[in-house]
Design a protein around this ligand. Structure first.
Ligand SMILES: [Zn+2]
Length: 235
């Protein structure tokens, strides 16, 4: 299922700038804030209010240009486009070269069953992001704590979600979910096989993308310092 469009929760323009082509890094976060009231049964209105409140906190109290993350995942299983495929304020090392999925709530304090739908939808959305050319099929999936925040170590995305990363990352053949059918497996395998395609042609050539290619990695670097997003702080 496609994420609900940004226009479903705000009429404001997204922050950051569009990311140049598919990125090779995906980070998982939690907001460490309140989960939408009702949890798995929360109404869309309550979820929208939660996203708006989070954006207001990021903009008014932390000085970001927008809500920090790219896509938001609710205990209900609804997924929302936040900034979308744009530079973010989520992961200090890598705001200009990665995308971020965020769970709305604190996975450390909610019952782990509240993250079930989010885990499944994060797996599904990974696949969709590869299909639409936003992520390379061989991208790295990590939790925010794997790289830390600007001021040092972070517990993000909380233990309950961090311990599920392997499930979000698993190849479809390892998934236990009934809905991951053979047709789904075919989609995934086709994508991975397609990794040899010259996706790099989609990336505008700049000094930074040339250097990324030369180094065989994508990492925040001096070229990106000019981007507003890199001056933003991690959450
Ligand atoms: Zn985080």
């Amino acid at each position: 299922m496609k994420p609900l469009a940004r226009s479903s929760w705000t009429s404001t323009a997204p922050g950051g700038v569009p990311l140049a082509g598919p990125v090779s890094d995906l980070f998982i976060h939690h907001t460490a804030g309140a989960m939408p009231l009702g949890g798995v049964n929360a109404s869309k209105d309550v979820e929208v209010a939660t996203i708006r409140a989070t954006r207001e906190d990021h903009v008014n109290n932390r000085g970001f240009s927008d809500i920090a993350y790219c896509y938001g995942f609710m205990p209900s299983g609804r997924v929302y486009e936040l900034r979308g495929h744009r530079t973010g304020g989520h992961t200090f090392c890598c705001n200009g070269v990665s995308i971020a999925f965020v769970f709305f709530g604190s996975s450390d304090v909610v019952d782990s069953s509240c993250v079930e739908n989010a885990v499944r939808m994060m797996h599904e959305e990974r696949l969709r992001q590869v299909e639409i050319g936003n992520l390379t099929a061989s991208h790295r999936l990590r939790g925010h704590r794997d790289v830390g925040g600007e001021s040092g170590p972070t517990a993000c995305p909380g233990d309950a979600l961090y311990t599920r990363l392997a499930e979000i990352e698993k190849g479809v053949e390892d998934m236990g979910f009934a809905e991951y059918s053979e047709a789904y497996a075919e989609r995934w395998n086709k994508l991975v096989a397609g990794e040899a395609r010259p996706r790099v042609e989609k990336i505008p050539v700049t000094s930074s993308t040339r250097r990324d290619a030369a180094l065989g990695r994508r990492q925040a670097d001096v070229d990106f310092v000019t981007l507003k997003a890199l001056r933003e702080r991690p959450s």
